[in-house]
Design a protein around this ligand. Structure first.
Ligand code: ACO
Length: 308
């Protein structure tokens, strides 16, 4: 069966930076509380799923040196599409000038990882090249008067180009799952704002992420000692720390960009990956462990060997 490899990556971010101090001017909160409880210092706000996703997509195609005509499918992971109908992915397809199927998928913060899972299937059954984007405009769905929610989220996008290989490829192991009985933990009704039982989500998230990561490692027949870098979902620095402790991996081997971008849901894992690449933290042959969880609840983990 053909495998997959990753040939391009890019990010898209709004220019506007909103610091904790700025939020503290209108909310009963402080930089100290937010940084200590979440690790977040600032977030980006603005744009839309289509504009941020398009910027990330263009950057990823540039790195892969691929023309839009060479893409077989566009998968956009987002919980915050520009509108209910039509989906946002066709807007990106049109703006890029690509001629291929384009579809949105929503698995909350696990969306990008679900996209990877679906892309793997498409590449194994004949597609040659897929553009996978995670893009979010969460600031539109946040109650900016609710200090418990307003401090957590940010806007942004990350994208990758995935290509089929004749051999096993670089996706070495995978785990994916959902449990709809936990839907009450994080939700957003039509016309509403994001609601969350933070404490219970926190408690579940660590266990879910660690269990999923271990299943993906087992699927790859590897152990945590083989992993050069963990790229976790960026929901809370304390969740990242607790997950690393339980996995038995030093926090220095985990990517954290939550201080500058907050929780960007579907965009958080690709954004963290792209920043790690920009900072030269990933070398050819490195084994990466990508792991995330989100509303649903959903979860997914992947063991990826960095190509080259
Ligand atoms: N500033 C100051 N005080 C605050 C703030 C704030 N921004 N927010 C809450 N507080 C107060 C609360 O009112 C509470 O006060 P009280 O004790 O007088 O009632 C106190 O701080 C403690 O609040 P908790 O909610 O218990 O704080 P906690 O330590 O649990 O941190 C947090 C809250 C950061 C939300 C944490 O629970 C968390 O990160 N949960 C997981 C979130 C997550 O993983 N989300 C991912 C999914 S999102 C998605 O899928 C779209």
């Amino acid at each position: 069966m053909p495998g997959l490899t990753l040939t391009g990556w890019g990010k898209g971010l709004p220019e506007r930076v909103v610091t904790n101090d700025e939020l503290s001017r209108t909310l009963d909160t402080s930089d100290e509380w937010i940084a200590e409880r979440t690790g977040i210092r600032e977030r980006r706000v603005g744009g839309s799923a289509s504009t941020l996703g398009l910027a990330a997509a263009r950057a990823a195609l540039g790195v892969a040196n691929v023309e839009p005509a060479g893409i077989d499918a566009i998968l956009l992971a987002t919980t915050t599409p520009d509108r209910l109908i039509p989906a946002t992915a066709p807007l990106i397809q049109e703006a890029l000038g690509a001629q291929c199927p384009a579809v949105d998928l929503n698995a909350a913060c696990s969306g990008f990882m679900y996209g990877l899972w679906i892309a793997r299937g498409l590449l194994a059954t004949g597609s040659k090249r897929i553009l996978l984007i995670g893009a979010e405009h969460l600031s539109r769905w946040v109650d900016w008067d609710d200090r418990a929610m307003a401090v957590l989220f940010g806007d942004g996008a990350g994208a990758v180009v995935l290509e089929s290989t004749d051999d096993r490829g670089d996706l070495l192991g995978f785990d994916v799952g959902s449990d709809g009985s936990l839907m009450h933990l994080i939700s957003c009704e039509h016309g509403g704002t994001i609601q969350m039982d933070g404490k219970e989500t926190f408690r579940r998230a660590v266990r879910i992420m660690v269990d999923s990561a271990q299943r993906a490692l087992k699927d790859a027949s590897l152990s945590i000692e083989d992993v050069a870098l963990v790229v976790p979902h960026q929901a809370n620095q304390r969740i990242i720390q607790a997950a690393c402790d339980r996995l038995g991996v030093d926090i220095d081997r985990a990517v954290s960009v939550i201080d500058r971008y907050g929780n960007t849901s579907s965009a958080s894992i690709p954004l963290a990956l792209v920043v790690a690449l920009d900072e030269g933290r990933i070398k050819p042959g490195d084994v990466l462990l990508l792991t995330g969880f989100g509303a649903g609840m959903t979860w997914a983990s992947a063991v990826l060997r960095w190509p080259g």
